[in-house]
Design a protein around this ligand. Structure first.
Ligand code: RB5
Length: 147
């Protein structure tokens, strides 16, 4: 079972609580560095805290949640070493690992997805990075961090 860090703003509190319980029931160790109230906060602060802890404490992957998943994923992707995907469905979640070697998934607490978020997370967990030509592309992507 994996170790997962999760962070959320006020726009995804319900989704965060649901996912933390589900992941824990599945036997994962979950570190919650998000908010636990409906009080308005700024998603870049949550992304920064969660990504810094991911990079220093060695989790398997992270999950970031805000109203749409957009602001928190954009914020996370500003940080060197973070590749945060915002999957639309479980195919995209699988590709995020197989092709992009993503280390974070982002979702929106106010978005109606075509599949349960849990199904998308399972698709990500159940896949492996394919390397080869995808490694070349990820290496190029990582080089953009110095632009
Ligand atoms: C907060 O109201 C909302 O803007 C935030 O959760 C997120 O959706 C931003 O991208």
């Amino acid at each position: 079972m994996g170790s997962i860090i999760i962070g959320n703003d006020h726009g995804a509190l319900e989704l965060k609580l649901k996912l933390v319980n589900w992941l824990a029931d599945k036997g994962h160790s979950v570190c919650d560095c998000g908010v636990n109230s409906a009080e308005s906060v700024d998603y870049p602060d949550i992304a920064e805290e969660c990504c810094r802890r991911f990079l220093s404490d060695g989790f398997d992957f992270g999950i970031l949640l805000c109203g749409t998943g957009i602001g928190i994923s954009i914020s996370a992707n500003k940080i060197n070493g973070i590749r945060c995907a915002l999957p639309q469905n479980s195919f995209a979640a699988r590709m995020a690992k197989e092709h992009n070697n993503a280390n974070f998934l982002a979702f929106g607490g106010r978005i109606d997805y075509p599949e349960p978020v849990e199904t998308m997370i399972e698709a990500f967990i159940g896949s492996s990075f394919q390397g080869g030509r995808h490694q070349t592309r990820v290496d190029k992507l990582v080089r953009l961090e110095s632009c």
